[in-house]
Design a protein around this ligand. Structure first.
Ligand SMILES: Cc1cc2nc3c(=O)[nH]c(=O)nc-3n(C[C@H](O)[C@H](O)[C@H](O)COP(=O)(O)OP(=O)(O)OC[C@H]3O[C@@H](n4cnc5c(N)ncnc54)[C@H](O)[C@@H]3O)c2cc1C
Length: 470
């Protein structure tokens, strides 16, 4: 090992340059500078500079807050009711501090807009202007200006270091020259994202068929579960559901990043036999997508197609709903369309005929849950039920793609990594998706909010310790 063992420890070492790592670093520096000393902070990031930012860089970053920045209390209650293992104090913090998090982001040049798309949404979401890339660029630029801060790209943390008493006091990291070095630090933050970028880890935790779930964007390939591995090697507890990923439906034919297909509530979805299997109108486009994507992978051999007609394709915002760079399959008849998506022609024709016959009269309105439904089917559609009758007919073949893993390490409300009995491991912190909190349904538009809310707290916690030792 080529060493930096003689070098004085940095005050804070952060592993990972996504929303979690960057927010801890910035929050720490803002608090620590009040002590009058210049703290030294090092961030190590596996990606090259041009790809810095992990999942955050590619994220839309919808945020479940209203125009005043207040977190939707109904969403918090749904999370708390979703599973007995949900960490209620954690989500109460998000409820209380979410508005301050949004204000802090805005103070640091990250804007949240409340423009609504022209179709129904489950909540009054905000959205980050420019997506997560705007956060990554704003925060990295700020950090690079601050004396004492260094970001080492192309550098991957391998292992946590401890002193003889078990206090974490640094990491070993492999740099672009292939050599490993020790970086000594008074505090180490793991902010390495999830394990969704590792086929090995996804297969181990989610199951043998999980290899058919592709990462939704290239930035996820850097997230290979390293923080989880390093912390559990030291006895950290885990939290969150390990056999579940957050997923979405994409166009199966393309390698375009984030080719999401969200229009399904305004058409129908069929399996490999040409059969419907769900109420496509049971939820708004963004709320239906993740549970449906999971069901397609788990229950339908990862094979399904979204079928719609010319009338649906004229719905305002259609291009926003369906983000593929490849035109959908197009045909003048349903039998021809069936051939293109590889389902038996008779089956698709019969299924759509049954569906069309069951559509009840009523006014179609994509901007609200319109109640326009079918009657008498095994899977009745409860909103937006229009006959699929106007040629040409279209279809997107679908694949299930991952956005993040649920399972991770357990932290306390100060961001300290804890053991199964709740003891904080001295010197070790976690931020973002590497910390597991989700079980069952992730409600959407919460991952960056929870990441930044807790990363700020963690930065403050480490700064308090820094100030005390001054
Ligand atoms: C397409 C897409 C859309 C999304 N939309 C939303 C949305 O609308 N709202 C929302 O809230 N969330 C959304 N998310 C999820 C959200 O973006 C992420 O959960 C969040 O940004 C994760 O932040 P993070 O800091 O934990 O991880 P990341 O941003 O993934 O950062 C982890 C970093 O750690 C680095 N790293 C990993 N291992 C090592 C190592 N050993 N050494 C050094 N560096 C390492 C990686 O290179 C990466 O830069 C979306 C995600 C995707 C992919």
């Amino acid at each position: 090992m080529s060493a930096e063992e003689g070098a004085a420890p940095v005050d804070l070492l952060v592993v990972g340059c996504g929303a979690g790592g960057l927010s801890v670093a910035l929050s720490f520096l803002e608090e620590a500078e009040r002590s009058g000393r210049t703290p030294r902070v090092t961030l190590v990031e596996r990606a090259p500079r041009a790809e810095r930012g992990g999942a955050t860089r590619w994220s839309w970053v919808n945020v479940t807050v209203d125009r005043e920045g207040v977190v939707d209390a109904g969403v918090i209650e749904r999370i708390l009711a979703s599973h007995t293992d949900v960490d209620e104090p954690y989500f109460r913090v998000i409820e209380q501090e979410g508005a301050a998090t949004v204000a802090w982001l805005e103070d640091h040049g990250v804007q949240i807009t409340h423009q609504r798309p022209p179709f129904a949404m489950a909540n009054d979401y905000g959205a980050m202007v420019g997506g997560g890339a705007s956060l990554v660029e704003a925060f990295c630029s700020r950090l690079e200006e601050i004396p004492g801060v260094e970001i080492r790209y192309d550098t991957e943390a391998l292992q946590l270091l401890t002193d003889e008493d078990g206090r974490v006091d640094g990491v070993t990291a492999r740099g672009p020259d292939g050599l490993t070095r020790r970086i000594a630090a008074d505090a180490v933050v793991l902010a390495t994202g999830g394990f969704e970028g590792s086929l090995e880890a996804v297969t181990r935790y989610v199951g043998p068929r999980a290899g058919r779930i592709r990462p939704v964007v290239p930035g996820l390939r850097f997230n290979t579960g390293d923080g989880l591995r390093m912390a559990t090697e030291l006895g950290a507890a885990t939290a969150g559901q390990f056999d579940r990923l957050h997923v979405q439906l994409v166009d199966e034919r393309t390698s375009k990043p984030d080719a999401g297909i969200f229009g399904i509530p305004f058409g129908v979805i069929v399996d490999g036999r040409g059969r419907r299997f769900v109420d496509e109108g049971s939820a708004t486009p963004e709320a239906l997508n993740a549970p449906l994507a999971w069901s397609v992978w788990r229950d339908h051999d990862a094979t399904a197609s979204f079928v719609f007609d010319a009338r649906a394709a004229r719905i305002p915002g259609w291009g926003f709903l369906n983000q593929s760079d490849i035109e959908p399959y197009r045909a003048d008849t349903l039998a021809e369309l069936a051939g293109l998506i590889g389902v038996p022609p008779n089956a698709l024709e019969e299924e759509i005929a049954r569906f069309n016959d069951a559509v009840v009269d009523g006014e179609f309105d994509p901007a609200v849950l319109d109640g326009k439904h079918t009657r008498g089917l095994e899977f009745d559609k409860t909103n937006w039920a229009l006959p699929i009758a106007e040629a040409p007919f279209f279809a997107y073949p679908l694949a299930t793609a991952s956005t993040f893993s649920y399972g991770g390490i357990r932290i306390d409300l100060q961001g300290r990594v804890v053991t199964p009995r709740g003891t904080a491991i001295p010197g070790l912190y976690g931020a973002g998706v590497v910390t597991g909190v989700w079980y069952g349904e992730y409600p959407g538009a919460m991952s960056v909010l929870r990441t930044v809310t807790f990363a700020r707290r963690t930065g403050s916690e480490i700064a308090s310790a820094f100030s005390r030792t001054g």
